[in-house]
Design a protein around this ligand. Sequence first.
Ligand code: HT7
Ligand code: ZN
Length: 879
Amino acid sequence: PSTIYLSDYQVPAYLIDTTELAFELGEDSSLVTSLLHIRRNPAANQLGAALVLHGTELELLSLAIDGRVLTASEWSQSGEQLVIADVPEAFVLRCETRIRPQENTSLEGLYKSSGMFCTQCEAEGFRKITYYLDRPDVMSVFTVEITADAQRYPVLLSNGNLVATETLTDGRHKTVWQDPFPKPAYLFALVAGKLSCVSDSFRTMNGRDVDLKIYVEDKDLDKCDHAMASLKNAMRWDEEVYGREYDLDIFNIVAVDDFNMGAMENKSLNIFNTSCVLAKPETTTDAGFQRVEGVVAHEYFHNWSGNRVTCRDWFQLSLKEGFTVFRDSEFSADMGSPTVKRVEDVTLLRTAQFAEDAGPMAHPIRPDSFIEISNFYTVTVYEKGAEVVRMIHTLLGPDAFRKGSDLYFERHDGQAVTCEDFVLAMEAASGVDLSQFRNWYSQAGTPKLSVSGDYDAEQQSYTLNVSQSCPATPGQSSKAPFHIPLKVALLGEAGQLPLQLLGESANVESADNTEMVLNVTEQTQSFTFTGINELPVPSLLRGFSAPVKLDFDYSREQLLRLMRGDSDGFCRWDASQQLGLAEIKRALADVAAGQNVAPDAAYLAACRDLLSDGSLDGAMVAMMLQLPSEAYLAEIFHPVDVLAIHHAREALRLAIATALQLELLDCYNRCCSDAPYAADAEQIAQRSLKNTALAYLMLLDNESARELATAQFENSENMTDRLAALNALVNSAAPYKAKALQSFYQNWQHEPLVINQWFQVQAMCRLPGSLETVQGLMNHPAFDIRNPNKVRALIGAFCGQNGVNFHREDGAGYRFLGDQVIILNRSNPQIASRLLVPLTKWRKYLPAAQQLMCAELQRILAEPDLSSDVYEVVSKSLQ
Ligand code: HT7
Ligand code: ZN
């Protein structure tokens, strides 16, 4: 496999103005006929260039130019390229191909899922449908004709407007769709199947009525309300916050069972993984409801940030993904609890993204090379990309940011552009110089900010000394300093102190002058605040204002003060995590010395206060009571001793549960409610706190806790509480757990998404023997290795989220993953390479683990016919 470089980008030699596609869908194979109106690109300056089309796994039946059939000597094929050497300035290319969607297990291109035809073309799947200029800077107006058996496939959909339907004589029928907006091939979509739909409508800010439809299997019609409400909320929010109005008269969503990612933003025909659209309280957890809301909004927001303005090339992926994740995360914050959403986003970033940035696959949010673009749909491009947009928002302020976004859409509507174009629009609209800020686009790695504070009582001043550094990453041994917005406040005895900075270089954030954004641009820099008449506690990186690792040597007392009293929710939570981390470090030492783990009294008192104060936000309390996760700890310790960390953390959890059992029980009881289920912030917070308390109580392993869990499992009417109880039982020694698992399966066996949760609970069980359980479940009739959701629920959850069992000292967990990657490499390379990620982190662990993990990577690399997806990840991990 070869490497593709951003620096090699060239404008396309040819353009395709219009694309007419005719699909004859059949049971063995399907025929695709394309009529492409092609002309030489005047901007390309490549006179006489050959026409080079992309295509793979296609059976070419015929090729004709302007009605004349080409002979075999007029074209040639090599790899994924079809080359026609001699073409006129402008011409119509007619191409006929046969494809076999029924045999397509990669879930890219046209494939079948649960009896229906569907497509996934991003990034480079369209070339599995027909020969084409399959690159995002070639935008074309599509007309699509679909013919299929009317009984098996009563619903035939594509992008844009339905312009004709016809019943044919042979039991088949036909629809014709026209999309007036030019689009790249990756936004093309087709669906054919037996589908039912839920309909609604939305009146836009200019009074146009948009017809909204969600297509699902008949049995799922009762699970569409939340997605529909989320869609309408997203449409309204995008009008209010970004001034973006929807541009067609119809917007369709289709749910499919077999899908490699969460969803796809195809123009006016979004295709969704069922897990991201279906929701009802009986089958879906609170997290599931929130995911549906977030993904529906994300795909909808792409209509502007992605579709109307798209990417010039795939190196610019973060242009649409980073911006759209920022937009969806602000939307979710507005719909629910902003602090909880921020903490969730930061948690994902600090675990998965920081790990990626510190590993062999580290890349800037705008990568400069890749072998397989599918490997770059990463937490870096998405989540760190969103943080970069958020920093621009912070540096410009909301009003100038909105002006920048308006200018970006105005300048580039209908174009395929670059991250640079986005930054230029932001600069032009605001007057803010983002020259140095651009380093965030080109440099990988997580910067570290080391901060210290000096108080000068005589001068009544407080100085923050800041230094930044960034570790080397593959291909980037040294880094230029970043422009880091560092949001700060200073806490005095009676509250936040007014901030007066000596010199400039800061934006005042709050009306009362007590919060500022410091512009950190140098390797080392000092910021002195004047008029500070007491020794303050600095509140730093408020709202997690930059994706960096912050180091400030806080005392326990200072952290306790931040945890109790900071007005910034993120900093309050973060203080609780730093305190938890200190406790885990002590527990590690205690366990290693064979001593009992005894949490610090002041820490316990703070936790006790959190539990007892019914006036606090339940979700915040739940998050603050949870110790830093093992995944986060794996980013802190070097080398990572997974088993020692796990045992110390568990011992600490047990000690906390023992010390606070009365408060935990009180809190649990206080949170129980008979109110009918709602997925609103208040109820979600209450359930989250209740189930956090339950998980602690179950560690005590006593009969009364088991009774609570059993009663909750048996009597809950919502999946959040039922699953939390099942999870607590499965991780305990309660004999009832086998029965609980069995009855759960009996009750829900007809709901695939619920059974995936059942798989996942077992795959994540911390107790010994989980690997054998997972291996057994792979033979369960409900498991299907062709379905990515099931693979993620069982294999992905075990290898990625069950550290203590995956990292078994005998290496059986690693061998298991190696085996599964080898199997999936043949059927679904995208899923195989994603699954592989836990092995790629081998350098973090103890030498014995390193050796075993490395051996598995070598074994995979030695496999014949390795896909480019798996090859890239394995070979880079071993470099
Ligand atoms: N833009 C979508 C990307 C996507 C995708 C990429 C590779 C392979 C399969 C895929 N399915 C969807 C998703 C999004 O970010 O909205
Ligand atoms: Zn996206």
